[in-house]
Design a protein around this ligand. Structure first.
Ligand SMILES: Nc1ccn([C@@H]2O[C@H](COP(=O)(O)O)[C@@H](O)[C@H]2O)c(=O)n1
Length: 588
């Protein structure tokens, strides 16, 4: 863990179940490779994960079984370690590559900015040369204009001990927000291509499909169907991401799909046991046993799963990686405090609107103050921000350079359309917050403006009874230390997936999740009494421009991209950090 990271707290644990073939899975790490310095449950860093994987590989070797590591993208954007450097990712590439990953693919965040896609192609793809897969993604060389696969389309290999033949794919969901130096081909088109049709006819023991795709998204269902139609009995394993939740499901009795959360809070575990070699049971559908675990990313858990302790756990390589991260954090001055947050502001742990809601704070305090264009400052305006622009809670205490990027990593700016009839402008927010999608030339799902979790979670989850201790009837529960049969529960994930509610490795007290709207809105410089204004400036984060234009059009406003102008200089992130510097005490 990083210097200054909070110590993990023991909790009742569930063990890992090993099989002949085992996996560790990370996804949507978004630059959190230093771990969560302020949250005990997730305070291990990428160096600790390197040590953990080394011990787990050794155990696999000792027992003659196989262990593979998977990463399913969105490694960047969301933490100072990636975002605070210039250029972005100056330290990240060398840190990330220290983990040996057997199958790796791209997420949408590697593609929003052309420079990030360049970095992916020039650094991460070669760093993971034989293991990087891009089944439906092409890269366009900026010098020649040549379009080429981002990496190999699929990978065929054999495992070390069990000698299992594996055909692996690496997909991205049908993402359309990429910069123009990449091309994402829709999955339903890709699976018709000759190379894919050939690959699914390869003789193999298992198919492994990794993807930056939610395990319940249509893209995975389509891939599953295509493979299964050709291979009635072959096991198919899916590793997904994007939605930022812990999840597992099975598409049929010989398939299994796992999603492993977000922000290096979770290391996913999947194991498969049974007759895996196709020659062991040709054509016979002998039962397979799948297991999954969501490992909280902290040292106590890693000690528990490896049977080691603080002295025996860190490997030389792991220690070196932790040191690399500490050095990078220092060089980036990530602990520099812009101000001291007077309280904790939550994204979804508290109702919106509400006094502890980060969105109410933005709407009532920040947006009115930062959305000011000097030449139009007296003009009434509606200021709209999408809730997905905010990526994490703000904890009471120091608001640092790191926190800035943790909360708001994007390069979005405040844009506006001047002098929109108020009667039309005031209807926009209702359309943006409507369910479903605003129909346009492209299908634009309104949920893409909100936080990714709400792609999967459709109603608030409120835990009315928070258990006080770890005394459960769960047969798999194991006390962490001998004689400790009543350990107080820490707050954390209490995952319920299609397999059951025994997936989390640590038994937690539940955390509430309150749904948030897609967008919030502040009314600024409105007359305090009398008639509403005839026209207003409609100000919004440029990320939601397509939705705003479509909402205006649906209300009879013939507005186009040319009508959208920059409202204030500076990114939203910079404006927010500036607000904090001005309004919160410097020191805690
Ligand atoms: N400039 C941006 C980019 C993205 N968002 C929000 O992030 C969501 C995607 O996040 P994932 O980690 O799931 O890929 C997207 O739907 C937006 O809500 C943004 O606000 N601004």
């Amino acid at each position: 863990a990083q210097p200054g990271a909070v110590q993990p707290v023991p909790g009742p644990m569930r063990d890992l179940v090993w099989g002949k073939l085992n996996f560790l899975h990370t996804t949507d790490t978004h630059g959190w490779h230093a771990g969560h310095l302020q949250e005990s449950q997730y305070s291990a860093d990428w160096g600790d994960y390197v040590s953990f994987a080394e011990h787990m590989r050794k155990r696999a070797d000792d027992n003659g079984v196989d262990l593979l590591l998977v990463d399913t993208g969105d490694r960047v954007e969301g933490n100072g370690l990636y975002d605070a450097s210039s250029p972005k990712g100056k330290y990240y590439y060398d840190i990330f590559r220290q983990q040996h990953i057997d199958i790796i693919c791209t997420g949408n965040h590697e593609l929003y900015q052309a420079a990030t896609a360049d970095g992916e192609h020039l650094r991460t793809v070669p760093n993971f040369k034989d293991n990087y897969i891009a089944s439906n993604l092409d890269y366009i060389d900026p010098r020649t204009g040549e379009r080429m696969p981002m990496a190999q389309r699929y990978r065929k290999f054999q495992t070390k001990h069990q000698k299992l033949d594996i055909v692996a794919f690496g997909f991205l969901f049908d993402f359309t927000g990429n910069a123009n130096n990449t091309v994402v081909q829709p999955v339903r088109q890709t699976i018709k291509e000759t190379w894919f049709q050939h690959a699914i006819r390869e003789k193999t023991d298992l198919f492994v499909v990794i993807g930056h795709v939610g395990v319940r998204m249509q893209e995975f269902q389509d891939i599953f169907r295509a493979i299964r139609d050709q291979n009635p009995a072959t096991p198919i394993l899916f590793f997904g991401g994007h939605v930022h939740i812990r999840d597992a499901t099975a598409y049929d009795s010989r398939s299994f799909a796992l999603a492993s959360g977000r922000y290096l809070e979770t290391i996913g575990w999947m194991s498969v046991d049974g007759d895996l070699k196709s020659t062991e049971a040709p054509q016979a559908k002998t039962a397979l046993r799948f297991n999954r675990r969501y490992i909280d990313n902290n040292l106590l858990g890693m000690y528990h799963h490896t049977g080691l302790d603080s002295k025996t756990f860190p490997t030389e390589h792991g220690r070196n990686v932790s040191a690399m991260i500490a050095k990078a954090r220092d060089a980036l001055d990530l602990d520099y405090a812009f101000g001291c947050s007077p309280k904790t502001y939550w994204m979804t742990r508290t109702p919106y609107p509400g006094e502890d809601s980060i969105y109410s704070w933005l709407e009532e305090e920040v947006l009115p103050d930062i959305a000011v264009n000097e030449s139009r400052k007296d003009k009434p305006r509606l200021v709209i921000a999408n809730t997905g622009a905010i990526r994490f809670d703000i904890f009471k205490g120091a608001f640092t350079r790191d926190t800035t990027y943790i909360v708001s990593p994007f390069l979005s700016v405040l844009a506006y359309i001047p002098d929109v009839p108020y009667a039309m402008a005031k209807k926009v927010i209702r359309l943006l917050n409507g369910a479903g999608q605003i129909m346009g030339p492209e299908l634009m799902d309104n949920r893409f403006m909100a936080i990714p979790e709400q792609l999967a979670i459709h109603e608030s989850i409120i835990h009315h009874q928070v258990p006080e201790s770890g005394a459960h009837s769960d047969a798999q529960q194991k006390p962490l230390a001998d004689g400790q049969d009543r350990i107080p529960l820490t707050e954390g994930y209490t995952t319920r997936d299609d397999i059951g509610s025994d997936g989390d490795d640590t038994i937690h007290a539940g955390i509430n999740f309150y749904m948030v709207p897609n967008c919030i809105q502040a009314e600024v410089a409105f007359p305090s009494s009398g008639d509403p204004p005839e026209t207003v400036d409609l100000v919004f984060l440029d990320f939601i421009t397509p939705w705003v234009l479509m909402a205006l059009r649906l209300n009879g406003g013939d507005y186009h991209r040319d009508d959208v102008q920059l409202y204030v200089e500076g990114t939203f992130t910079e404006l927010m950090a500036g607000w904090i510097e001005k309004n919160w005490p410097r020191r805690c």
